[in-house]
Design a binder for this molecule. Structure first.
Ligand code: KIV
Ligand code: ZN
Length: 505
């Protein structure tokens, strides 16, 4: 069995998804869950990109124990220095240096000749290698680069000290036959007296990112890059959970193993969905809500006789659990803390106090509190503690066949409460108009989605909103969870509006 390393870029390429902004605390939460899931290397960010990215890379390096932590850098000394500063105290630091090699990038974006590209790779990879034991080099847009020049660029990087070569399908142009053959060609033709790890990095523009990554593995790649739930630039990256489960289910074919703890998969996906504001489509492979649902009579009959008839992945494999011991309003603090630690949360006394109170409030409204409810409660609490603005109250006046009225109060970080009222064609519009008045801004609502966190009429609602800044066209996501749909909608919009306000756009 060959060992495949998993390299997660949810916090770097994944954060390039329009509207996704993780703060440092959220990044650390995700990183710790990725470590639990068994990720070998996390790309924690692009340290030169912003002080926030730098701080997050440093915080992740300090928080994790086993996982290697990588920072992205262009072929520029200032980028490499910044990555070094952010990672110098990491237990296992890595740098990921990239430079485009395709003619279209050279001519229009970089305005550099091939000779200049090779010289830059040589200079910057060796500069990086003087500071890092592990240096990954990526020839950006590799799959649209002329093959002989790609090999020359990669050989230059190896000669300058690169230990890992990543071959990005930057624009999702390749297909499994072609991408697999490219790995076979590069691995056969490079010269090195030490082992060079080849890595795949695929985008999903043509819906082939997972298939391409698996083809790379079949042809010698020992590292696979991707993001949880496939988030990322444009159509996104390879969904790492799909690769992990495919390697497991088709071990007979791929003959590979990895460090991934499969029954942490669903939880990892849920945390990323919740904090990114990007819900997982119901029909998404491996982690979608319908992945284990059987609708037609023939399928249901087959599954009841033997699940193997229509189920190649069991829900238990990826950690979709039946709630064996759901909590209710009579459950005490002990049952609550035991359940939270089973879910992987080590809470401080202060956190137990505040979360237990919220749990009791929810239990008054809901018959059974499921794992999903508790995970949502905790994510909501963490997020709210980070936020400078808190939704206090929402009051509504509903009139059939008329305008709806809302009064909303929001508390700022100085504990001053701001109240505004407005009307709207519907209740949500009235609430959002009131929030716009409080923040004195008028973003465009470009996306609004409600999901039920569990089944049943007493499910908690999770609302995702995406707003667009009028001036910059930047998108910002917000998320709100509550037993009440209108309250969840107000929380989500308050969160996105507060981020927009802080960005000062
Ligand atoms: O898609 C890409 O080419 C990248 C590089 C930075 C590796 O994300
Ligand atoms: Zn990418």
């Amino acid at each position: 069995m060959r060992k495949i390393q998993f390299f997660d870029t949810t916090l770097r390429d994944g954060e390039q998804t329009p509207g996704v902004n993780f703060n440092t605390n959220e990044k650390v939460q995700i990183a710790l869950q990725l470590e639990k899931w068994g990720i070998d290397t996390i790309e924690a960010g692009f340290p030169i990109a912003s002080p926030g990215d730098f701080e997050a890379v440093q915080a992740i390096a300090a928080a994790v124990t086993n996982m290697a932590v990588a920072g992205l850098a262009r072929c520029q000394k200032k980028d490499i220095d910044r990555a070094y500063e952010a990672l110098k105290d990491a237990k296992k630091p890595q740098i990921h240096v990239f430079l485009a090699t395709s003619d279209v990038h050279l001519k229009y974006k970089l305005k550099m000749t091939r000779e200049e590209i090779l010289a830059s790779i040589k200079e910057h990879v060796s500069y990086a290698r003087d500071r890092f034991e592990e240096v990954q080099f990526s020839p950006e847009d590799a799959t649209r680069t002329e093959k002989s020049f790609l090999l020359e660029a990669i050989q230059t990087a190896i000669d300058a000290g690169a230990t890992i070569i990543n071959v990005p399908d930057t624009v999702g142009y390749s297909n499994p036959t072609e991408y697999g053959a490219l790995f076979a060609y590069l691995i056969d033709n490079i010269k090195s007296d030490q082992e060079i790890i080849f890595s795949s990095h695929c985008h999903d523009d043509l819906g082939m990112a997972t298939a391409n990554a698996l083809a790379a593995i079949e042809n010698g790649a020992k590292r696979v890059e991707g993001a949880i739930n496939g988030i990322g630039e444009r159509a996104g990256n390879t969904a790492l959970e799909e690769v992990a489960v495919a390697l497991h289910i088709r071990k007979d074919f791929y003959q590979c193993e990895a460090n991934i703890v499969l029954d942490e998969t669903k939880r990892t996906s849920d945390i990323v969905a919740r904090l990114s504001g990007y819900g997982v489509p119901k029909n998404k492979a491996v982690v979608g809500g319908n992945a284990y649902a059987h609708e037609s009579g023939i399928h249901q009959d087959g599954v009841l006789k033997n699940p193997e008839t229509y189920e190649i992945i069991t829900p238990q494999l990826v950690g979709v659990k039946k709630n064996a011991l759901p909590l209710g309003k009579l459950s005490g603090r002990h049952a609550f803390t035991t359940k939270m630690s089973e879910l992987g949360y080590q809470l401080t006394d202060e956190e137990v106090k505040s979360l237990f109170k919220k749990f009791k409030e929810l239990a008054d409204k809901k018959k059974q509190i499921t794992d999903e409810d508790l995970i949502a409660l905790r994510a909501d609490e963490v997020r709210r503690n980070e936020e400078n603005y808190q939704l206090k109250t929402v009051q509504l006046q509903y009139v059939s066949n008329g305008y709806q009225g809302a009064i909303v109060s929001i508390e700022d970080e100085q504990e001053a409460v701001h109240t505004a009222s407005a009307i709207g064609a519907g209740s949500i519009q009235a609430i959002y108009n009131s929030i716009d008045q409080i923040f004195q801004q008028q973003p465009k609502l470009v996306d609004y989605e409600i999901t039920a966190l569990t089944s049943g009429e007493d499910a908690q609602a999770e609302v995702h909103v995406s707003i667009e800044c009028e001036k910059t066209k930047d998108r910002i996501n917000g998320i709100g969870v509550d037993f009440d749909v209108l309250e969840a909608s107000a929380k989500a919009y308050t969160q996105a509006s507060a981020i927009l306000k802080e960005k000062g756009e």
